[in-house]
Design a protein around this ligand. Structure first.
Ligand code: GLN
Length: 474
């Protein structure tokens, strides 16, 4: 049984096609592993019955020699991505009873290709957090060391892939929520270029930054998932045409690739053990023929504050829809005002309230110019700095996070410490670029370290090539 769960996604697809294993067998094995690992708290909803029914259907199609790209493969979906008929809570009490009447476009795509939706993963409430400690359904424990966090906000998605409970998972990344948990759990996490993957059906956090992407065990799997997930979607007005016919056929030779190193990514915030592993990864690529060049992202020191101003402002307006009228809980009330007030007071957790208050503050008259407008201008500077850097290189390398997975409860007393975990991931979302985190070593008592590659817009292929250079999955 265990061997089955150690397969990569692409190995699993092959084994199913060759009938070496059935989808029902795989699905049962994943469900069993989820049950054994219950204390990790990776899932908010496990879809045992519907998954087994879907697996039977897949086995029928496979027996006829039919089936899509993911036929019969158990895949997990973050709980802020809408699934028809399956509760979608965003890890918030507010949506405890919410069952979407439709599938997100990415979920539709998974189902079209025959994937078996195994369950909905735990996360930070409304995707706000970096340790998966802000969930109304309890924290997630890191699979490798239960006293540590799995990262966030897609903590359940990263942890369940690391723990062999699913062959891939969907996450969302607004400021690092795919890449940082991927780094903490030792899996691969891809944040695609803004607009490459449809967000129709993703519960919006900060619409100018949000992207859906895959968490997988190998780079090859990430490319394969992108082949399923990238398509033009008329239901998402920001969705663009996909630019590559086949992401999976990315070249594996890094020779001649120019990789930029920005000094700003190696400052005081970076843990020594993490830095050493990143530098080893850089050396490895250099030894394989990549060329290392110095680049500069001057505006980097302003990126974190810019992110928290912009994302909180957008969150405040996106979360205004949760008023107790249309979705989720409706609190006791005497009039319309107390309906709004009580529903929001009872429904949202502390961090979500903090973001809404910050967001409304930076947007309010008198403060708008000093905060929101200023942050919007810095956003332009950050974009320009990346454009300039990419005149000299094909991709930029750096750490995904400043530390390895931290101890649960360590940072929550002073929440700005949690915000600092995002220092290396947020610039990518601000600039709308693609980036990948790939495991490159261990530090601090054996916890995984992730190296991050940042690419030019729509150049995911180069990211796959460089990430492959680190771990050789093809
Ligand atoms: N940790 C960041 C935040 O709390 C990023 C979250 C995300 O990417 N969804 O805002």
């Amino acid at each position: 049984m265990n061997d089955l769960l150690n397969m990569s996604l692409t190995e699993c697809v092959k084994a199913l096609k060759e009938k070496k294993v059935s989808s029902v067998e795989l699905t049962k094995a994943c469900l069993k592993r989820i049950e054994e690992n219950k204390k990790l708290n990776d899932f908010i909803t496990v879809c045992a019955d519907s998954a087994l029914a879907a697996a039977k259907e897949s086995d029928r199609r496979l027996a006829d020699g039919r089936g899509g790209m993911l036929e019969g493969v158990p895949i997990a979906v973050k709980d802020n991505i809408s699934t028809e008929g399956i509760r979608t809570t965003c890890a918030s009490k507010f949506l405890d009873n919410y069952i979407p009447p439709f599938d997100a476009s990415v979920v539709e795509a998974l189902r079209r290709e025959g994937a078996v939706i195994i369950g909905k993963t735990n996360m930070d409430e409304f995707a706000m957090g970096s340790g998966n400690e802000n969930s109304a359904y309890g924290a997630v424990k890191n699979f490798r060391d239960n006293s540590r966090v799995p990262g966030g906000s897609s903590g359940g998605s990263a942890n369940c892939v690391a723990a062999g409970e699913a062959f891939a998972a969907l996450g969302s990344d607004t400021g690092g929520s795919i890449r940082q948990p991927a780094a903490y759990c030792g899996v691969v996490g891809l944040k695609p270029t803004y607009s490459l993957v449809s967000r129709y059906g993703l519960v919006a956090f900060a619409s100018s930054l949000d992207q859906i992407g895959p968490l997988t065990r190998t780079v090859k799997d990430a490319a394969y998932m992108l082949d399923v997930l990238a398509f033009k979607d008329g239901k998402d007005s920001t969705s663009s045409e996909r630019t590559e016919k086949c992401y999976s056929d990315y070249p594996t030779d890094v020779k001649g690739k120019k990789i930029g190193i920005a000094r700003e990514y190696f400052g005081d915030a970076l843990d020594k053990g993490v830095k050493d592993e990143i530098m080893k990864a850089v050396k490895l690529l250099e030894s394989k023929g990549a060329e290392i060049v110095d680049v500069e992202i001057k505006s980097f020191p302003a990126a974190l504050a810019t992110y928290y101003v912009l994302s909180s402002a957008e969150a405040a307006s996106n979360l205004a829809r949760f008023d107790g009228v249309k979705y989720g809980i409706r609190a006791e009330n005497d009039d319309l005002y107390s309906l709004y007030y009580n529903s929001r007071t009872q429904g949202f957790g502390a961090e979500v309230k903090r973001r809404i208050m910050t967001g409304n503050y930076v947007l309010s008259s008198g403060y708008y110019d000093a905060y929101y407008l200023k942050a919007s201008k810095i956003r332009t500077l950050i974009k320009k700095d990346f454009e300039k850097a990419f005149e000299k290189c094909d991709a930029i390398v750096g750490p995904t996070a400043p530390t390895v997975a931290f101890k649960a409860g360590d940072k929550t007393k002073d929440y700005t410490k949690v915000y600092l975990e995002d220092i290396y991931t947020v610039p990518v979302n601000i600039a709308g670029l693609p980036a990948i985190s790939v495991p490159c070593g261990v530090a601090d008592g054996g916890m995984p370290v992730g190296v991050q590659f940042i690419g030019k817009a729509f150049d995911e292929k180069t990211l796959f090539t460089l990430a492959e250079g680190i771990c050789n999955s093809k």
